[in-house]
Design a protein around this ligand. Structure first.
Ligand code: NAD
Length: 476
């Protein structure tokens, strides 16, 4: 299979092009290096019809067959991980070795999800009756994915939807369509026609999909602003929605940690993938007793960071993925600078490409834009605190609630702090962790519903209660 050309959509088991195409730009060079099909409304109709047709037989396919197809998909992805990773770097920007981790992560998710189970619940079992709650698939699922983790997040949608007996039409971001289209090509013969459809398109395609009456469910990952539009669009026919949205995640560092050890881990949690991670540390609260030492250590790490084209060995951080995001992050940096905030810049970055130096903002006021907004780029505001209750209030004073972290050598104390944080996930002395068994879920405006684990599977099913009498004596 070729990874450097022939990017086609998968519709009804066939690889198809489109009359129109979209340029795909390498963010490290700012040059278009490939094109992908721009789906027309007819292409969408074909994909939805195929998914609906395939649903009638896929939902009856024994679950063991569905599991084994997911495991086969996992093995195929692993087999092609190197080819995926170098294409990934070109379209997404992330250094290839780290890009490969995402591909292996997707393979791991396909296999891990295949092992999940959603058994029948029995809510009553007495002498007279038994009440069973079955979990029925919903139908054709509309799946929309962002550009920061295009392959992993596609696997988070495809695997649970398919395991539970649904079919799917998935759209990658127009900025990162290529690996996802190749994933479709790879899976072409693993699933029956129409079970998985992958279509690429421009800004018009997302709204066409979310308003399409043929879908029974929308699973969306992206910004909170777009999530609101998706929910509004779904409201016309009350489609079920799962929304995984933005975050402005806080980490709290208590004074009892080893600064050198923790700084490395916080640095990775804040800046990995050039800080384009929904659950990255985006606000860092450090106890005043260790604040200066932590700031200086983080600044040293930023100054030593290798930032550049991810296809060059040795670079740990790539560019911002696209021009629009680059402009947003640059604007936030300019605002912080002109507001007189103290900016601590990391190493120099290439002039060409969407590169921004890893930057720490030294103790900005809580109400500054750089603290209040999700940067989704390499700007880390770090703030001092002295009182734990007061800092928890500051941490919770946001519309977001995706993930957070607490760092302390006193696990019991850290667990109490974690309990007080209003977010769907809290890590203690670690960050950026997730597993196929554990729900990722957004508190407040970070989301609706959950992905992963049995919680995630439930999102793709309709509970159906069946009341079964123990005898037919009242009717016969
Ligand atoms: P985005 O909301 O701009 O786009 C996400 C996807 O939605 C893309 O495929 C896009 O083409 C599509 N889209 C855009 N407008 C649409 C519309 N009106 N209707 C339907 N679809 C539409 O987000 P992005 O910039 O690609 O991604 C960054 C954001 O995603 C950040 O806010 C980040 O925190 C969030 N994110 C959240 C999670 C999570 O699990 N909670 C994971 C990754 C990223």
């Amino acid at each position: 299979m070729q990874f450097d050309s022939d990017y086609k959509m998968l519709i009804d088991g066939e690889l198809v092009g489109a009359n129109d195409t979209i340029d795909v730009v390498n963010p490290a060079t700012e040059e278009a290096f490939a094109t992908c099909p721009r789906a027309s409304s007819d292409d969408l109709e074909a994909a939805v019809s195929a998914a609906k047709r395939a649903f009638s037989s896929w939902k009856k396919t024994p679950i063991e067959e569905r599991r084994s197809a997911l495991r086969k998909a996992s093995a195929l992805i692993m087999e092609h991980a190197d080819a995926f990773a170098s294409l990934f770097t070109k379209e997404q920007g992330r250094p290839t070795a780290i890009a490969k981790e995402e591909i292996m992560g997707a393979a791991y998710w396909f296999a891990g999800t295949a092992d999940l189970d959603l058994p029948v619940d029995v809510t009553e079992d007495t002498d007279t009756r038994r009440i069973e709650v079955h979990h029925e698939p919903l139908g054709a699922v509309c799946a929309i994915v962002p550009w920061n983790f295009p392959v992993l997040l596609a696997s988070w949608k495809i695997a649970p939807a398919i395991l539970t007996g649904n079919t799917i039409v998935l759209k990658p971001s127009p900025f990162t369509p290529l690996c996802t289209l190749k994933l479709g090509e790879l899976l072409q013969d693993v699933f029956p026609p129409g079970v998985i459809n992958i279509i690429s398109g421009g800004d018009e395609l997302g709204p066409w999909m979310t308003s399409h009456k043929g879908f029974s469910k929308i699973t969306f990952t992206g910004s909170t602003a777009t999530g609101r539009k998706v929910m509004e669009s779904a409201s016309s026919d009350l489609k079920k929605v799962t929304l995984e949205l933005g975050g402005n995640d806080a980490a709290i560092v208590l004074p009892d940690v080893d600064v050198d050890k923790v700084a490395e881990q916080i640095f990775a949690g804040a800046f990995s993938n050039t800080a384009q991670i929904c659950v990255a540390t985006k606000r860092l609260y450090v106890h005043e007793a260790i604040y200066d030492a932590m700031r200086d250590r983080l600044h040293d790490l930023a100054k030593a960071a290798t930032v550049g084209d991810g296809s060059n060995q040795g670079n740990r951080f790539g560019p911002i993925q696209n021009k629009a995001q680059f402009d947003r992050v640059t604007n936030l940096l300019e605002d912080a600078k002109t507001s007189g905030l103290t900016m601590l810049y990391g190493s120099d970055v290439p002039k060409k490409g969407f590169f921004i130096p890893l930057t720490i903002v030294d103790n900005p006021p809580e109400n500054s834009r750089v603290v209040q907004e999700e940067a989704f780029g390499p700007i880390l505001p770090m703030m001092k605190f002295s009182d734990i209750d007061e800092v928890i209030d500051r941490v919770n004073d946001t519309e977001y609630g995706l993930a957070g972290a607490v760092w302390s050598s006193d696990i019991e104390k850290a667990t109490k702090v974690a309990a007080a944080m209003e977010s769907g996930t809290v890590w203690i002395n670690q960050n950026l962790q997730s597993t196929p068994l554990t729900p990722l879920t957004g508190h407040k405006q970070s989301g609706v519903g959950s992905e992963n684990g049995v919680y995630g599977l439930r999102e793709f099913t309709q509970p159906k209660a069946i009341y079964i009498p123990k005898s037919a004596s009242n009717v016969a």
